[in-house]
Structures are given as structure tokens and as C-alpha cells.
Write a protein that binds this ligand. Structure first.
Ligand SMILES: Cc1cc2nc3c(=O)[nH]c(=O)nc-3n(C[C@H](O)[C@H](O)[C@H](O)COP(=O)(O)O)c2cc1C
Length: 247
């Protein structure tokens, strides 16, 4: 069998949402909270509880100078009123992309429950002291990795990394407060969050929250409290529209 055929046959043998490993909860969108953050926190806890490995490692999508997409995995550092946070080197490829086009998307996939969450919005950087504190709160390995630096630069040879990493580990152990100026905590302030619940009959449920632009929100809330605005969907009192999407 050639490589293509072997891959094809392997792909056909794989299942999505194998009932032996996946439960597909019913998603009652009428009972969904007004704010996407609350639903995210709930779904995140449920993913961890269901045994989902590494539910905190979303894909982070950015775009480059030509507007072309780029994507990689990062660790989620938090989610709160300000937004979803993750950290990286400002000097990395993603750091340069975010500096030039401060807008990103995070994609979470939790197969244990057949769930996906997509978060999009503008990105800002936390103050340097907060980025430093965030790094200190993590492991020696995280500090060593940050101290190694040069992320996304071309590596001339594996030994170069081995030497830099060795020195970085020694320093991280000796100096747990060592500063890494390029290490930056990024905050993605969601203006759109979509929750996808898989369904065995393929009637997947998609609920999209979109932040209402301030003017439209004031107008609509002043009118009736809970009304539809120029965009479709229900405007919640907390300033988000909620709408279902075809799967
Ligand atoms: C599970 C996992 C978690 C990761 N977490 C981070 C992270 O939090 N920050 C980071 O800069 N890179 C992280 N990486 C590495 C990135 O995926 C990527 O390789 C690196 O940041 C360089 O990306 P860039 O060249 O697009 O800037 C992680 C990789 C994996 C597989």
C-alpha cells in the first residue's frame, strides 16, 4: 500500500465521538447564560471533569502582514471580565503578527463531550509587571523555556538549543524571579464566542454570542429591555446577542 492509500485507510478507520469515549450532552440553549464567559467557564469545568486531556490548550489563530492566516497551540492562562489570556514572546512570529494586526481567534476542541468553542476579538497586551507576575506564577520549566528565547527564529543546529536551554534552566533554578522582557501576557477581549455541541444525528447545536456595539445596545435596551436589534438574535441585558446557527 502506498502512503496515500495507507493514510486513506487509516482515516476511514477513525471515528469521531466514539460512544466508548465520548458523551454528547444535550445543549439547552434557552437555559444558556446571558454572557458567553459564564458558559465558557461552565463548559471548561465540564470538559475537565469528563476527563478531557489538556482542555486548556487552544489553537490561536492570527494573521500575518499579508493578511494570511497562521495558527498554533498555546496555553490558556485565564478567562475573565477583560477577556481570554495567553502568553508568549512579543518577538515571536505570533507576537509580531499581533503587534501589526491585534486581532485573533482561539479554538478549543473538547472531544470527550463533542464540544468546540471559538472565541474572536481584539488583542491587547497586559502591563509588563503583570506579564512578569504571570511568568513567575508558572513552573521553573516555563521560566527556563521563556529565558531560552529566540522563539520562531531559525535554529542553526540542535546543539545551539541544547546549550541555550541548559544555561536557561540553570538560571531559572538560581534566579526564579529572572525577568524576561519579551514575555508578554496577551488579552483577547471577545466580541464573538461560539459554542458548538455535537449531536449523534448530526443536528449539532451552535450558539453564537456577539457583543452588541454600544450605541445599538443602548438604543435597543432603552426601547424594551430585551429586543432584537439591527443584527438578528436576542439582545441580553449584559450586552450580547445570542443566535443559533445552522450546523
Ligand atoms: C500543548 C502546547 C502548548 C503550547 N503553549 C504555548 C504557549 O503558551 N506560549 C507559546 O508561546 N507557545 C506555546 N506553544 C508553542 C507554540 O505552539 C508555537 O510553536 C510557538 O509559540 C511558536 O509560534 P509562532 O512561531 O507562531 O510564534 C505550545 C505548544 C503546544 C504543543
Amino acid at each position: 500500500m502506498d502512503d496515500d492509500a495507507a493514510l486513506g485507510s487509516l482515516l476511514r478507520s477513525l471515528r469521531v465521538w466514539d460512544p466508548a469515549r465520548t458523551t454528547l450532552p444535550r445543549f439547552d440553549t434557552h437555559a444558556a447564560p446571558e454572557r458567553p464567559l459564564d458558559l465558557f467557564v461552565r463548559w471548561f469545568a465540564e470538559a475537565a471533569e469528563a476527563g478531557q486531556q489538556e482542555p486548556h490548550t487552544p489553537s490561536l489563530a492570527t494573521s500575518d502582514d499579508d493578511g494570511l492566516p497562521d495558527v498554533r497551540t498555546v496555553m490558556l492562562h485565564g478567562a475573565g471580565e477583560r477577556g481570554w489570556t495567553f502568553a508568549s514572546h512579543a518577538s515571536s512570529a505570533k507576537g509580531a503578527q499581533l503587534a501589526a494586526r491585534p486581532y485573533a481567534a482561539l479554538g478549543f476542541y473538547w472531544p470527550a463531550l463533542g464540544r468546540q468553542v471559538r472565541v474572536r476579538g481584539p488583542v491587547t497586551t497586559a502591563p509588563p509587571e503583570e506579564s512578569a507576575a504571570d511568568l513567575r506564577a508558572h513552573s521553573t520549566g516555563a521560566l527556563a523555556s521563556a529565558l531560552t528565547g529566540h522563539q520562531s527564529e531559525v535554529l542553526p543546529a540542535p546543539e545551539t538549543l541544547a546549550r541555550a536551554s541548559e544555561a536557561a534552566w540553570e538560571r531559572a533554578e538560581r534566579e526564579p524571579e529572572a525577568a524576561v522582557p519579551s514575555w508578554t501576557l496577551y488579552v483577547l477581549a471577545a466580541d464573538e464566542v461560539e459554542f458548538f455541541q455535537g449531536d449523534a444525528r448530526r443536528r449539532h447545536v451552535r450558539l453564537r454570542y456577539r457583543r452588541v456595539p454600544t450605541g445599538a445596545r443602548e438604543d435597543s435596551l432603552a426601547a424594551t429591555g430585551t429586543v432584537t436589534r439591527t443584527v438578528t438574535g436576542t439582545v441580553t441585558a449584559s450586552g450580547w446577542t445570542r443566535e443559533l446557527l445552522w450546523p
